[in-house]
Design a protein around this ligand. Sequence first.
Ligand SMILES: Cc1cc2nc3c(=O)[nH]c(=O)nc-3n(C[C@H](O)[C@H](O)[C@H](O)COP(=O)(O)OP(=O)(O)OC[C@H]3O[C@@H](n4cnc5c(N)ncnc54)[C@H](O)[C@@H]3O)c2cc1C
Ligand SMILES: *[C@@H]1O[C@H](CO)[C@@H](O)[C@H](O)[C@H]1NC(C)=O
Ligand SMILES: *[C@@H]1O[C@H](CO)[C@@H](O)[C@H](O)[C@H]1NC(C)=O
Length: 497
Amino acid sequence: MVKVTDANLFFLAVWLSRAIAETPSTGTAPPRRIAVIGAGIGGASAAHFLRQHFGKSVKIDVYESEAVGGRLATTSISGQEYEMGGTTIHPLNLHMKEFVKMLGLKERLHPDNLLAVSDGEEFVFEESNWFIVNIIKLIWRYGLDFVRMKMWVESYQHRFMKIYRYQAHGYSFTTMDKLLHGLGGDEFVQMTKHSIDEALQKIGIGHRFMDEMITPIMRLNYGQSVNINAFVGMMSLVSAESALWTVEGGNKLVCSGLLYSAKANLIKGKVTSVESKQRPLRNGEVVTFYEVNYTAGPDSGYNMYDIVIVAAPLHSGKSEIRFHDLTQPIGGQYQPMVVTLVLGRLNTSYFGHRGPFRPTAITTTAQSGSFILGASVTPPVAPDARPPSPAPARVWKVLSPEPLGEERLSRLFPTGHGAMREARWLACPRYSPADVVPPFVLRDRLYHLSAAEWAASTMEMAAIAAKNVALLAHHRWFQRLDKIDPDALPQRLKTEL
Ligand SMILES: Cc1cc2nc3c(=O)[nH]c(=O)nc-3n(C[C@H](O)[C@H](O)[C@H](O)COP(=O)(O)OP(=O)(O)OC[C@H]3O[C@@H](n4cnc5c(N)ncnc54)[C@H](O)[C@@H]3O)c2cc1C
Ligand SMILES: *[C@@H]1O[C@H](CO)[C@@H](O)[C@H](O)[C@H]1NC(C)=O
Ligand SMILES: *[C@@H]1O[C@H](CO)[C@@H](O)[C@H](O)[C@H]1NC(C)=O
């Protein structure tokens, strides 16, 4: 006899919900063509999930004006490739893990760095190779603040993990607020409406820990202060853990891999406008579709789609797509961040350091007045990489709000430097607790995946948003409204079994 365990029931439910999700009950014909705008991790995972939910027959076009991968990109120094954009992935980022496994790629553990925090005058905190020494140092300087912070982060992370169960059951949400509400009620929604500063003060985190640990992490990850919303702040504190990993050969391989496996058609071009059009049918019905215009070099073209998914920030300077009849404007700004890779010997004395300690990662406090946000020794993406030249010259990744320029570079690397590469990003939203996270649905059958970025900008959030939008597009097309914005989700999961 088959034993009925919770696990069995769970898998049965997953299987059933998939079976239901993929068998449209209304007799509606499936869409013929879907456009995805952007081939970063968001657009590439959207193509993957669209194929999964809409089946084999739909034609999926993915538009990309720059390189596949978007903010996942590598560059070469001394014959080795290094990540220039999104780098580390958390062990609990289940979509990213699943993609890597499915595509036959490999995870590589990201090496832990020896961290030092500079306040401009000196290193106020120096990490040791010894775990126990670090604990003693942390308690000595900050009391139990790091324990409080860790417990706080874990309580949210635990609830956030529910998203995978909901998505496996085929549930989708029309706004980030509703998604967050489904995971953790009002408390979760409020996270995007308060600053991380406020949230941590409420649990009793002191000023010193805030200035010397939390602020430097926010600077490093987002180039911003502790005035960013508590949700994105929490996400980056999660990423301050160990056991982080990257994709061997470069994270962007996930994007090209997903496009390939989804049999998506890549159109190298820049989408300039999306306009809804109506066409009367012979039987008197009217069908609505979207006309997507694009330019590719000197050429231009256009195509018609049943569904359009925008997987790029809708933002001046970011995507520049014209929509003709959108009611709500998409506001907000993106934060510039410069990544400079330098082969050389970083003068740690410049940060006030004396003595033999040699950190491999430096963060800076807001009061430091430093022109860098942080710097760390960075590993190449290839597996068999030898050091690029005799130690102690190493490849440093320096993050700064503005380009460094030769003068500042020579202050950091006084003995000169080898090869240098620079990437200027509009890295992530410029967060403020007053932000309104835009909806996923711009119009009927026109979706905006990147809306999720206004709650938090990470690879995994883009993948979660992609799955959500693919489900949403599916359910709205086939009128499966019971699968959209459910309330009291746990109760419903129970009755489904
Ligand atoms: C320096 C840096 C470090 C980061 N570190 C991490 C990290 O360690 N871990 C982590 O999880 N995340 C990290 N992130 C964030 C992460 O990289 C992003 O959240 C993620 O890559 C965003 O993916 P996306 O697909 O939503 O957007 P994008 O990658 O920006 O993709 C959008 C794509 O759309 C294309 N596009 C835009 N407009 C048009 C148009 N009109 N027509 C056609 N194509 C268009 C763009 O060219 C782009 O390729 C980092 C980001 C930066 C910049
Ligand atoms: C899109 O291209 C078509 C064909 O060239 C053109 O008729 C139409 O006006 C364009 N739409 C927009 C909004 O530019
Ligand atoms: C490193 O920086 C310190 C402090 O700015 C400076 O005194 C020292 O001369 C620098 N080292 C070298 C090799 O230039």
